[in-house]
Design a protein around this ligand. Structure first.
Ligand code: ZN
Length: 284
């Protein structure tokens, strides 16, 4: 992907020089007994972390989860620049599309960190992978994830890395469009499980990432092999593939992000159509 001369975003904060040290704190969200819908959305459950229970929780405690001994990447300035360019391209795309829909796009913030960092959704940690916190409307990304992708998740490549960011921005778009609230209502009238709803949200975010990919392609920024790399990544982070790698077997009821085939298909649907109207994972 040809990203080096592109515009950078102003909505990025680099916390990588600060070291996170306040693990072990329980952070209440909301309060006064009222259940606040809040969503921590991850690109993949590949560490076996199941955060679905957090969907209706007002307190999160992520410290019960064993922490992976990650090797943190150095404060690579290229990673920050790349992330900033991708973020800017999502701002350009979604501003335009929201305008078409008669709405105003309010861009999210993106925080780069190393190790751990405080968020309005609790402590963000490396093992969680990139995630979006709907309370502070911010995407959190430990840049060592880019290494992780290269080593384990489908080979990486810059367009594939862009897909991951665009997927998280997709959750912000869902937040702005009121999808999380619709979900609460949807849940009252149907007997779908939290996991099934999570899969629908995640596949929609994949489709939204595909829309971003379509816009990038229209700007002639793609290079040979980019699309294949992104599609490989969507397949590499399907729940079935990850579970089989981790456990040797697959439990479909526990899926939270969708199968490799589904993730591939929804990213491609967004990419091929370039139309948000094609991203309705809830009625399909
Ligand atoms: Zn997600």
């Amino acid at each position: 992907m040809r990203w080096r001369d592109q515009r950078e975003s102003d909505n990025i904060e680099d916390r990588r020089s600060q070291s996170g040290s306040e693990l072990g704190t329980r952070i209440p969200i909301g309060g006064k007994g009222r259940v606040v819908l809040f969503i921590v959305v991850l690109i993949a459950g590949y560490y076996g972390v199941d955060l679905t229970g957090l969907l209706n929780s007002d307190v999160i405690d992520l410290n019960s989860t064993p922490q992976n001994s990650a090797e943190y990447a150095v404060d690579d300035p290229q990673a920050a620049k790349f992330t900033s360019v991708i973020l800017a391209s999502t701002e350009d795309y979604w501003s335009q599309d929201f305008k078409r829909l008669g709405k105003t796009y309010i861009p999210p913030k993106l925080v780069l960190y190393t190790g751990s960092t405080q968020t309005s959704c609790g402590t963000g940690q490396t093992f969680m992978g990139p995630f979006y916190c709907s309370v502070d409307k911010t995407v959190y990304l430990d840049t060592s994830f880019y290494q992780e992708m290269k080593q384990r998740l489908g080979g990486g490549g810059d367009f594939a890395q862009g897909y991951v960011i665009a997927h998280e921005i997709g959750h912000h778009v869902q937040n702005l469009l009121g999808t999380f609230n619709q979900l609460k209502q949807f849940k009252q009238y149907s007997d779908v499980s939290d996991n099934q709803l999570s899969v629908k949200l995640e596949l929609q975010a994949d489709c939204y990432a595909g829309l971003w990919g379509n816009a990038v392609q229209k700007q002639n920024l793609l290079e040979v092999g980019d699309i294949e790399q992104a599609l490989n990544t969507t397949e590499a982070i399907g729940d079935d593939r990850l579970q089989r790698q981790r456990d040797g077997y697959v439990v479909p009821d526990s899926f939270t992000h969708g199968t490799s085939k589904q993730r591939y298909a929804w990213f491609k649907k967004g990419f091929d159509s370039g139309s948000i109207e094609q991203c309705d994972t809830f009625t399909e």
